[in-house]
Design a protein around this ligand. Sequence first.
Ligand SMILES: Nc1ncnc2c1ncn2[C@@H]1O[C@H](COP(=O)(O)OP(=O)(O)O)[C@@H](O)[C@H]1O
Ligand SMILES: [Mg+2]
Length: 241
Amino acid sequence: MLRTVAASRYVTPLREGGSLPAIVEADDDGMYVLKFKGAGQGAKVLVAELIAGELARALGLPVPELVFIELDIDLARTEPDPEIQQLIRESAGLNIGLDYLPGSMMFDPIATQLDEELASAIVWFDALVTNVDRTVRNTNLLMWHGQVQLIDHGAALYFHHSWSDPLARAHDRFAPIKDHVLLKLGESDRAGSMSDSRRSSRPSASAKSCRSCRMHGLRAIRRLVRRRRIARSIESICCAG
Ligand SMILES: Nc1ncnc2c1ncn2[C@@H]1O[C@H](COP(=O)(O)OP(=O)(O)O)[C@@H](O)[C@H]1O
Ligand SMILES: [Mg+2]
């Protein structure tokens, strides 16, 4: 079950993010990255953030804690930037927040080689939730205390922005996975469409094609869940009421 906290102080905007998330302090003295429902494409982005983030966690992937954040428009009064004032006003009520990871750095695929099983599991998971937002340009992976953390699932489940024949589309291939930062396309012919510099910057995810990547990712997820996190995942799902 997600905790609910109330934002007590707007600390600073995170200008790297297109949706203008912010670091806020909450009434439990914790610091969170607040994702505003009044930003960009609205509340659906937060729904994707919540569903995909908790799915990843249930599968044993590392995701910062997600919380509901109650936002009072009074916080806008002390904020000098009119754009941010408006964002706060349009986001009054419940929003989503992630535990703020101080000192975390954006994952750099050149500097850091991830464990192959974990990399494959992340690729598989992003294909499952149709996440288009984990590319070389914007990895949406943070390194924190030597461990990778998955953030920003707002662009996942993008079919819910237009429900045109979802059952038929559920069988579609997820072509944008080819741009995933952790996907090494190896010798497949699709690699020909990528520049050499982009190809060499990708760590191996032990995937030679999308199909073998899916199979490898599926096995990796199963192993991760079975071996390491199964007890905790089941406990957190069963106790969620
Ligand atoms: N939990 C977190 N802890 C620390 N920094 C974070 C956290 N979540 C996001 N950030 C930082 O804020 C930036 C924007 O957040 P993100 O969720 O990616 O927003 P957007 O949807 O706008 O891209 C990230 O690139 C990262 O630098
Ligand atoms: Mg982002």
